[in-house]
Design a protein around this ligand. Structure first.
Ligand code: TYD
Ligand code: MG
Length: 461
């Protein structure tokens, strides 16, 4: 019978050695090496031994008898982050945070983990992409030269798990999950199988030890988390960092949250000293034209609980034999559909034109309430005529040319009125009652069809 090969792991640094030594070869600590089996036992499944499945299960209870415990939450003190998390980090919760390189994931997490460490929580920052020195440099830049956050530069899963077991931190950041690999798998580091297995192990550790684990994930060019989307199913919360790296504003959006609301957003500005929350963000995605320009229409989008005013820009220009339709921050298929509706129901033809649309500031708008603003921006560009000053519009447009209401239309209108907008073209069902005073200063034109909206705009010329 083959004898299990043994390795010795250091309880301090997680370093390994093929034989027992009094002093750890990695961190030079004394008497810290403990024996651990290097080979998985035959027949092990990925969550442990097969025999575990034969072990007695937990007690089966009717729901009513199970105590509904609220989750223990730890606010990070960074309000905009706590907002998307639903009130703070949850004990044993696993958060996946994705975003383009350089958008500020490491910055924000270092700020958050430092705040938690200062509040008395035991933390751990595992860095696989950068050296400890690079993380230290960032902390100096953030004005946290005295940070006590323990940093572990490590990419091997087993060592990370070991450190988690021995230090038992309240929260651990894994920056990034794509760099973590396990010796037990034959596939290459960074491969889908590696990332999935490593995430599964870390998730299990979070659940069994109560440590909150934050996984940093890369995003591919297409915008999905690199490697497995399956990560999204494993974790409790998925946050996406959005924004244009050329502008200072960043949005964090909750895509999935088992402990809070989804579609909530946090808004930050990247400054010289890290990310700062923007508590009143409704007007930051407006580009600042002194006078209205053709091809621009402002809409009010509703992100979670907050209305945001976003400028939609369109450029219609004569195209070649196969004209292009391009959209940034908006759905391209929907753009093609809206162009067809414009042609059929409003007589606006762009067949031989290139059409580009863009949501200003790198925001992504997925709600159909953008339809009306997109169509009005396109028509405005085509006519070469700006919409009137202080103009906003929102509403979904259907294939039959009907304008459908947007959720919480009155909240959107209130925000627009508050910011001094003058004219609103909105779905009829969203229009407030005549005597409502909260929209003072805003002239509201309710419309039921796209043709009507076009008429209103022409009437304002
Ligand atoms: P980073 O957090 O490293 O991004 P990610 O981990 O998502 O790849 O952010 C890097 C960018 O942020 C980099 O371009 C520098 C900029 N930055 C600031 O503008 N101010 C700061 O205080 C810090 C730390 C970074
Ligand atoms: Mg980083």
């Amino acid at each position: 019978m083959a004898k299990d090969k043994s390795i010795f792991t250091c309880t301090e640094c997680g370093g390994t050695s093929a034989r027992w030594m009094g002093k750890c070869p990695s961190c030079n600590a004394w008497n810290t090496l403990i024996e651990a089996s290097a080979e998985p036992a035959v027949g092990k499944n990925r969550f442990g031994s097969v025999h575990a499945s034969l072990a007695p299960t937990s007690e089966v209870l009717p729901l009513a008898q199970i105590e509904a415990a609220d989750f223990e939450r730890h606010p990070t003190g960074i309000d905009e982050l706590d907002r998307v998390l639903g009130g703070g980090m949850v004990e044993g919760g696993v958060v996946l945070i994705g975003g383009d390189p350089g958008i500020g994931k490491s910055t924000l997490l270092l700020q958050a983990v430092d705040a938690l460490q200062r509040s008395g929580m035991n933390t751990l920052y595992v860095t696989g992409e950068e050296s400890g020195a690079q993380v230290a440099m960032r902390s100096r830049r953030l004005g946290l030269p005295d940070s006590q956050v323990p940093v572990l530069p490590e990419i091997q899963l087993e060592k990370i798990l070991h450190t988690l077991q021995s230090r038992h931190p309240g929260i651990a950041i894994i920056d990034s999950i794509q760099t973590v690999y396990s010796d037990q798998l034959t596939s290459a580091p960074g491969s889908v199988a590696q990332v999935r297995e490593c995430a599964a192990h870390l998730t299990r550790t979070a659940k069994s030890t109560g440590t909150t684990i934050v996984l940093v994930g890369h995003v591919t060019k297409e915008g999905a988390l690199a490697g497995p989307r399956v990560l999204e199913h494993m974790v409790d919360t998925v946050l996406y960092f959005e924004g244009d790296t050329h502008s200072n504003f960043r949005l964090i959006r909750a895509i999935k949250n088992r402990f809070g609301a989804v579609n909530e957003i946090g808004v930050f500005a990247m400054t010289e000293k890290g990310l700062k929350g923007v508590s009143n963000p409704s007007a930051i995605f407006l580009s600042q034209h002194a006078e209205p320009v053709p091809g621009s229409c402002v809409m009010v989008t509703l992100e979670g609980t907050r209305p945001l005013l976003v400028e939609i820009q369109a450029l219609v220009d004569s195209g070649g034999p196969s004209p292009r339709r391009l959209s940034v921050g908006l759905d391209r298929d929907r753009l093609a559909m809206l162009l067809a509706v414009l042609h059929r129901h409003a007589g606006v033809a762009c067949m031989d034109q290139d059409v580009f649309v863009n949501a200003v500031g790198g925001v992504r708008i997925s709600e159909p309430a953008a339809d009306l603003a997109v169509m009005l921006a396109i028509t405005s560009s085509l006519r070469g005529k700006a919409l009137s000053k202080g103009f906003i519009a929102f509403g979904e447009v259907g294939l039959a040319g009907e304008v459908r209401p947007a959720p919480r239309g009155q909240d959107r209108l209130k925000e627009a009125a508050k910011l001094g907008f003058k004219v609103a073209v909105v779905p009829k069902a969203n229009a407030p009652k005549k005597n409502d005073k909260s929209f003072e200063g805003l002239t509201i034109y309710p419309v039921e069809r796209i043709e009507e909206a076009m008429q209103v705009v022409r009437g304002l010329d």
